[in-house]
Design a binder for this molecule. Structure first.
Ligand code: 3BY
Ligand code: FES
Ligand code: FE
Length: 410
C-alpha cells in the first residue's frame, strides 16, 4: 500500500463544494506536487503562433523548474527545447523574445541549429561526437495558431481538444494576426487562486467597473450546461451563429479541462472597450458581424482566452512560487492593422489592463487572508461559482488519481 502523501491526504479530506485547505494554497510541498502531477504532465499554453512568424523567431518561458525555448525552424516548423546548453548546462537563451539564425550559448559559444542540432563546439578534442549533444526536445503543438508545450516524456492525447479548438478559432484566422501589445504581471497568489478568480463573475460587479460595461456578470454567461442548454439570450446568439456557420455552441472536455463557447456581449456591444465599440476597424479573420460576441476558450491549467471579431486576448499563467503567479496577456489584431490608424493602443488595452490589475488585487487579498491560521475552507455558491467547483473538482480528481489515492467523493 502506498503511504498517502500530505498533499494526497489534504485532497482526500477536503470537503467538495468548499474552497481548498490552506496548505494547498501556500505550501512548498503542495506546489512541488502541483508541478509534478499537473504542470509537468499536461499541455501548457505557451504563446500565440503568430508571435513566432519567421524562421529564427523564438520565445522562452519558465515552466516551474524548466526553462523552455520555442523556435521556428528554417523549415517553418515550430519546435520547443529545454533552454539549456548541453555543454555545462548554461541557460541558452536568457531573452524572452527575439530572432536569431542560430542558437548560440553565451558561455562558451556552443552553437545550435534552429532544429536543435549542435553545429559547432570549439576545441572539444578528437572523438567528440556533436550528434550526441543536440538540444533536448520538449513536445510542442500548434493548434489553430495556439502553441502548447508539454515537458512530460509522453504527453496526453490531444484529438478532442485539437479538433474542436481548430474549428472554433478558424474564423479568427490567428495565422494572419500579430501581437499588438503584451503585458506580464506577477500576482502574489497561488496559481489556483488566480484560476478560481477567473472562473466566476460573482466578484465582477464589485471589482470590474470597466469590464462590466460590456461583459455580463450573469453566471449563465460563464457556465453553460451543453450545446443546447444555456440562457435564452445565448441560445438565440448560437442560432444566429449557426446560420452563419460560425462555431459557437458550448463544447467541453467531460472533466472540464477545457471548454469553448461564443457568448454575446451586453447590449450588442462589439468589443471589450469603454464605449463597447470595436477597438480595431480592420476585423480579424472572417467573423461576419461586429457584434458576434466573444469566443471563450479555457484550458487547464494555464489559459483563458477571448476571441472577438476585432481582436483577441490570450492569457497565460505560470506558477512562480507557492504564493506567486505570472500572468501574461497578449492582444492580437490583424497583421495589417496599423496602430494609430486602425486602432488606438490605449482604447484596445485599457479595459483588460484595468481588469487584470483589479483581479491581481482581489487575488492578493484572497491569498493574504488564506495565509492566516484562522482561515478555513468556505462554501462556493452553486449558481455563481459552478465554474470554480468544476476547476477545483478537476484539480482534486487529477491530483488524487496521480498521487494514487481515491477520494471519498469518487
Ligand atoms: O476572463 C474571463 O474569463 C471572465 C471575465 C471576467 C470573469 N471571467 C468569468
Ligand atoms: Fe554552453 Fe559552455 S555551457 S557553451
Ligand atoms: Fe475578475
Amino acid at each position: 500500500m502506498n503511504q498517502a502523501t500530505p498533499t494526497a491526504q489534504l485532497i482526500a479530506a477536503r470537503q467538495p463544494g468548499f474552497s481548498l485547505p490552506r496548505e494547498l494554497y501556500c505550501g512548498e510541498q503542495a506546489l512541488r506536487d502541483d508541478l509534478q502531477q499537473i504542470w509537468y504532465r499536461e499541455w501548457v499554453f505557451a504563446v500565440p503562433a503568430c508571435e513566432l512568424a519567421k524562421s529564427g523567431s523564438f520565445t522562452t518561458l519558465q515552466l516551474g523548474e524548466y526553462p523552455v525555448i520555442i523556435v521556428r525552424g528554417s523549415d517553418g516548423r515550430l519546435r520547443a527545447f529545454h533552454n539549456i546548453c548541453r555543454h555545462r548546462g548554461q541557460r541558452l537563451c536568457p531573452k524572452t523574445n527575439g530572432n536569431s539564425p542560430k542558437l548560440v550559448c553565451p558561455y562558451h559559444q556552443w552553437t545550435y541549429d534552429l532544429d536543435g542540432k549542435l553545429l559547432y563546439a570549439r576545441d572539444m578534442g578528437e572523438g567528440f561526437d556533436a550528434s550526441k549533444y543536440g538540444l533536448k526536445p520538449v513536445h510542442c503543438v500548434d493548434i489553430g495558431g495556439m502553441v502548447f508545450i508539454c515537458v512530460a516524456p509522453v504527453p496526453p492525447a490531444l484529438p478532442e481538444l485539437a479538433g474542436n479548438l481548430t474549428r472554433y478559432v478558424m474564423p479568427s484566422a490567428l495565422a494572419d494576426a500579430k501581437v499588438a501589445y503584451s503585458s506580464t504581471i506577477i500576482e502574489k497568489g497561488n496559481w489556483k487562486l488566480v484560476l478560481e478568480n477567473n472562473r466566476e463573475c460573482y466578484h465582477c460587479g464589485g471589482s470590474h467597473p470597466s469590464l462590466c460595461r460590456t461583459y455580463s456578470d450573469d453566471p449563465l454567461m460563464t457556465v453553460m450546461e451543453g450545446p443546447n442548454a444555456a440562457s435564452p439570450e445565448i441560445l438565440t446568439h448560437w442560432e444566429r451563429c449557426d446560420a452563419a456557420n460560425l462555431p459557437s455552441r458550448f463544447v467541453n472536455a467531460p472533466d472540464m479541462q477545457w471548454r469553448l463557447a461564443r457568448v454575446p456581449l451586453m447590449d450588442n456591444a462589439e468589443s471589450f472597450t469603454m464605449s463597447g465599440k470595436a477597438a480595431v476597424t480592420r476585423r480579424m479573420g472572417s467573423i461576419p458581424w461586429n457584434d458576434a460576441g466573444a469566443l471563450m476558450f479555457y484550458h487547464l491549467p494555464s489559459s483563458w482566452n477571448h476571441f472577438l471579431p476585432d481582436h483577441a486576448i490570450v492569457f497565460r499563467i505560470l506558477p512562480i512560487s507557492p504564493t506567486e503567479t505570472e500572468v501574461t496577456t497578449k492582444w492580437l489584431v490583424h497583421k495589417d492593422a496599423v496602430e494609430g490608424e486602425d486602432y488606438d493602443l490605449q482604447k484596445l488595452t485599457e479595459v483588460w489592463l484595468a481588469t487584470n490589475d483589479e483581479d491581481r488585487r482581489v487575488v492578493e487579498e484572497n491569498q493574504a487572508g488564506i495565509l492566516s491560521p484562522a482561515y478555513e475552507p468556505g462554501p462556493y455558491s452553486p449558481s455563481q461559482e459552478a465554474g470554480v467547483i468544476h476547476l477545483v473538482d478537476w484539480y482534486c480528481a487529477t491530483m488524487s488519481q496521480r498521487l494514487g489515492l481515491q477520494t471519498a467523493a469518487e
